[in-house]
Design a binder for this molecule. Sequence first.
Ligand code: ATP
Ligand code: MN
Length: 477
Amino acid sequence: MSKRTRIKDILSATPGQDHTVMGWVRTFRNNQFIALNDGSCLANLQIVVDFENEDPTLLKRITTGAAIKIDGELIASQGKGQTVELTAKNIEILGDCDPEVYPLQPKRHSLEFLREIAHLRFRTNTFSAIFRVRHTLAYAIHKFFNDRNFVYLHSPIITGSDAEGAGEMFQVTTLDLNNIPRTDEGDIHFKKDFFGKATNLTVSGQLEAELAALALCDVYTFGPTFRAENSNTTRHLAEFWMIEPEVAFNDLNDNMDLAEDMLKYLIQYVLDHCQEDLLFLEQRLVEEEKQKPQQDRSEMSLIEKLKFCLAHPFERLTYTEAIEILKNSTPNKKGKFQYPIEKWGADLQSEHERYLVEKHFKKPVILTNYPKEIKAFYMRLDEGEKTVRAMDVLFPGIGEIIGGSQREERYDVLLRRMEEMHIPAEEMSWFLDTRRFGTVPHAGFGLGFERLVLFVTGMTNIRDVIPFPRFPGNAEF
Ligand code: ATP
Ligand code: MN
């Protein structure tokens, strides 16, 4: 095909030159003005058609959603709303779009409706903006780590281990489900399965990242993770992407610094590179919040909220300190929490996390040193052995965005913790080997990519920030 100029580039080009553009018609007004979009940016290009000298059957085919190619001259625009426009010299219909059946009309559609037509929602302003921002964040993550000499590690997607014994896993098998081979004892005969053992989709790349960190020092993974948990919330997906840095010779404080630096870097990067999309998403949020009662609306606009995050150090406090705050909080005393905080040891629910972040501190919070009972076996035991060097980063509107810890590097202690928590040590000898051969203190964390995209775009449902969401009862497309 002939060379096309991207709309993003043409909008800042000098008038007076000929260009070829291709894209999809958003609207066609008065048989004269086409608003054309090619996804390169939010803005449309205005194309002016000399309708009096144009074939009327061709004009009829310029409908919302149709794909067209235009050769024309870029001129300074007379009209309001744009500085340049293209005078069409030649129009070619590349793909017709029957307006009678095309589901996307130039009007406001609900996010719920668009979720059902996720294959077409990329063509809306909201979703094209979200996926450009998502891309920019993904790129910035690699840039952040590359600039700091981290090695990008591809951890396996099919694993023979359950990283924490926590996440519900999706089994991977090629066994015939209608004719499952059984052992003499009647168990499933996994030796006959593809890998000769039971395998699952990964719930985390952390354990593998630890192996690499104990040689390469600074590594990170960035890949899909799968959890078969039946959580029908606006913050959980069955398939999501996670970023997991793991660093040798880092302790819990270094780990918190890395997490805070990274989040601030990523937010700044998007502010610097996605201005047009952020302004649009900010306005979208204002419109959405008009449906809510005054007291439920955000105090800050989207961009203010992002800048506020950059301007203040995250509040760092221990779980024990947080429990005191929550115990004495008004909602706890008035019985407003669904899960009242009665004593030390309680697992924190999203309502508690959000109280701390949104009501008490009014900024991002890092909670540390949780009771060992509510955290994973591999976390470094504190002195006194009641708590572990865990950290959760909590964000406004989201709750937990990062979970991490300093890892238990002492062989004996780790082995004891695995026994206490019924993790089969014989299956994890490869993990324990790192502690047997040249062990060192190290730390890492997992950042849920979609939760970050949620925060940055101001969207409220995680299903709207991943192209094709997977959740209980849904694996469309
Ligand atoms: P939560 O308590 O919110 O369910 P978690 O403690 O189970 O999260 P971790 O195992 O610590 O999560 O995973 C690290 C990060 O991955 C979390 O901080 C979160 O950002 C993200 N995450 C976890 N589960 C999901 C999910 N089902 N969908 C999307 N992101 C998730
Ligand atoms: Mn967690």
